[in-house]
Write a protein of this length. Structure first.
Length: 256
């Protein structure tokens, strides 16, 4: 009878809450070790404090697209040359880390080697930085950059959705992963330059149903030229959404 009660209670629990309880208990029994240096982390993260401190923060960057810059004036709103000369559909990007070797290692493991649990680590790193920014704005809803059904079938999951699940739970925001779809199959863009990326994602997204939100955020793992998020933002803006922000874990430089 007691076992039946616990079984019902567990079934009613939010999966994210249940996972947090399990990992908290497992940390007491089996200490976590850092993915980079193999030292004990003494926390629920898979990186030790020293290796986290070594991650390259994207602090000197464009105030709109978060492109890393060499020099930023603290007394003015600094925009990069691309944002000064182009009118993008998205409004602001928050991307707290540079796409350095360490971040690239974690993101590629998440995307291509079935390390889905790395989404938890990357999301927590993002949240720590976001919580430290006083001007960090929350949207009304979260939308992950959608994956085409063909690629989703091949990979088995969408890393942007896995990140979005954690953000949605932490910030207590609605998660919509069905309204915006990728209806046209596109090639992988890792080796493409800016112009090829823009052509590759042109008209790739479709909004299946109207949304009542005025401010949403699009979530992806890494932003390079911004072609993908801008194309998705275009569809949302044309549907009547007033503000579209972008959240990514890391920001890479342009490939011209």
């Amino acid at each position: 009878m007691k076992l039946c009660w616990w079984h019902k209670k567990i079934k009613q629990m939010n999966p994210a809450v249940l996972w947090q309880m399990i990992t908290a208990k497992s940390n007491d029994l089996i200490p976590r070790h850092c993915l980079f240096c193999l030292q004990k982390t003494h926390s629920s993260l898979d990186l030790c404090p020293h290796c986290i401190a070594d991650l390259s923060l994207n602090t000197l960057c464009c105030q709109r697209c978060a492109l890393p810059l060499e020099h930023v004036s603290p007394d003015s709103t600094t925009l990069c040359g691309n944002c000064l000369s182009h009118d993008y559909y998205y409004d602001q990007v928050f991307s707290p880390f540079h796409y350095s070797d360490d971040l690239a290692y974690l993101i590629k493991k998440l995307k291509y080697q079935q390390k889905i649990h790395y989404a938890g680590l990357l999301a927590k790193l993002f949240i720590e930085q976001a919580d430290a920014h006083t001007d960090f704005q929350l949207p009304q809803a979260i939308i992950p950059i959608p994956m085409h059904s063909k690629r989703l079938k091949s990979r088995g999951y969408n890393q942007a959705l896995e990140l979005s699940r954690i953000f949605s739970y932490y910030y207590q925001l609605p998660l919509d992963y069905t309204s915006l779809i990728r209806h046209r199959y596109t090639q992988l863009q890792a080796e493409m330059n800016a112009s090829k990326r823009q052509k590759n994602v042109k008209n790739a997204f479709l909004l299946k149903q109207a949304m009542s939100y005025s401010h949403i955020v699009l979530v992806d793992d890494v932003m390079t030229t911004g072609s993908t998020v801008n194309e998705a933002a275009k569809v949302l803006k044309k549907s009547g959404i007033k503000r579209v922000d972008i959240w990514t874990i890391a920001r890479a430089g342009w490939k011209h």
